[in-house]
Each structure stands twice: as structure tokens, then as C-alpha cells.
Ligand binder design. Sequence first.
Ligand code: 5GP
Ligand code: ZN
Length: 123
Amino acid sequence: MFLKREDKEMSDCLFCRIVNREIPSTPVYETDKVYAFLDIEPEAPVHVLIVPKQHISSHNALTEDNVDVMKDIHLAVNEIVKKLGISDSGYRLINNCGPDSGQTVFHLHYHLVGGKSLGTKIL
Ligand code: 5GP
Ligand code: ZN
């Protein structure tokens, strides 16, 4: 039995395995399309990763066929920041895409960071 390329990518993908609960994580928020969990190496008091449950390798892989999930991701952000009490203090939403960004996990994800002043510079 041969796996299709997509199935192989998913079985190898860390965040697909986290979504499927094959690897443990600390859940923050979940719907049928989106999962959010704590980053294992937090870089701020609040550091949550928000991922589509569907495997999408990066921002570059968004298309007309799968982009609807971005609505769910952004609505998830607003629910999470309310839940964690940082909607008024503020936060930063970061997506790394490709080598120059330092993307290490090739399943689309947004870093939601906050809980302290992050300064005025992006980098
Ligand atoms: P990237 O550099 O691809 O934008 O971010 C990947 C993020 O995933 C990093 O912030 C890293 O700490 C986090 N990460 C890597 N492995 C795991 C893991 O097994 N569990 C969790 N919760 N986060 C992880
Ligand atoms: Zn994946």
C-alpha cells in the first residue's frame, strides 16, 4: 500500500500529529477547523500557536480552495485573546514563511504573542 504524497506529508508533520493528539500539547482553543495550543518554548508570557487542522504547508500554499480557514484563524485569535485577558493590552500575530523567516515547522501556523510590552519594532 503506497501513501499519496499528501498523506505522507501529513504523517510526517509535527503539527498534524499534534492536531491528531498523537503528540501531547496544551490546548487553548479548538473548533472543527482550528486548533490552538501553547508553544513548547514560549518567547513571551503568552505564546500560543494557532493552526488549521487541515495540513497547509505554509502561507505560500494558501489558495482559493483552502483560504476560507483564514477566517476561522482570525476569529480564533479574537476568542483566544479575550480568554487570556490580553485583548486590550495588545498582542502580535506572526507568521513565518520560508527560509528567510526561519520557519521550522511546515504546517501553516500563527504565533500569538503578548502578555508584556513587545516594543515598537517588528524585528
Ligand atoms: P516556526 O519557527 O516554524 O515559525 O515555529 C515553530 C514553533 O513551534 C516554534 O516556536 C517552536 O517552539 C514550536 N514547537 C516546536 N516543536 C513543538 C512541539 O512539539 N510542541 C509545541 N507545543 N510547540 C513546538
Ligand atoms: Zn501538517
